[in-house]
Unconditional design. Structure first.
Length: 135
């Protein structure tokens, strides 16, 4: 069996939403404790909805594919829904990632959360009010 699904290879070869948003409302940058790779997410938010999103990464192919998929999954969604996106949901949407590459998908999840936190801080919105129940 191939190590990577067709969906992973597609998002790796043709990543969606790569780049920078100069007028971003929230920016999040995180590093991966396991490999030291870096991910940056830019969010444009209007009326509590993510109207645009871009990412830049110094991560591996799995990080690129996960971020590409994650940005597609949150575009057009309410902020609270984006905050609830888990790396497991992203990996599932990619038709799976090898177990030793799951940590790469955490980068996207954490960078999205950091960007939303930045947006909240800049706009005086209490971050905790957006968190899904129980987190
Ligand atoms: Fe670092 Fe995948 S090995 S993000």
């Amino acid at each position: 069996m191939a190590l990577y699904s067709e969906t992973v290879m597609d998002h790796f070869r043709n990543p969606r939403n790569v780049g920078v948003l100069d007028d971003a409302d929230g920016v999040g940058e995180v590093g991966n404790a396991k490999c030291g790779d870096i991910m940056k997410i830019y969010l444009k938010i209007e009326d509590n909805v993510i109207v645009d999103v871009k990412f830049e990464t110094f991560g591996c192919g799995s990080a690129i594919a996960s971020s590409s998929m994650a940005t597609e999954m949150i575009k057009g969604k309410p902020v609270a829904e984006a905050l609830a996106l888990s790396n497991k949901a992203v990996a599932e949407a990619l038709d799976g990632l090898p177990a030793h590459k799951m940590h790469c998908s955490v980068l996207a999840e954490e960078a999205i959360k950091a960007a939303i936190e930045d947006y909240c801080t800049k706009n005086g919105i209490p971050f905790d009010t957006l968190r899904p129940e129980g987190e």
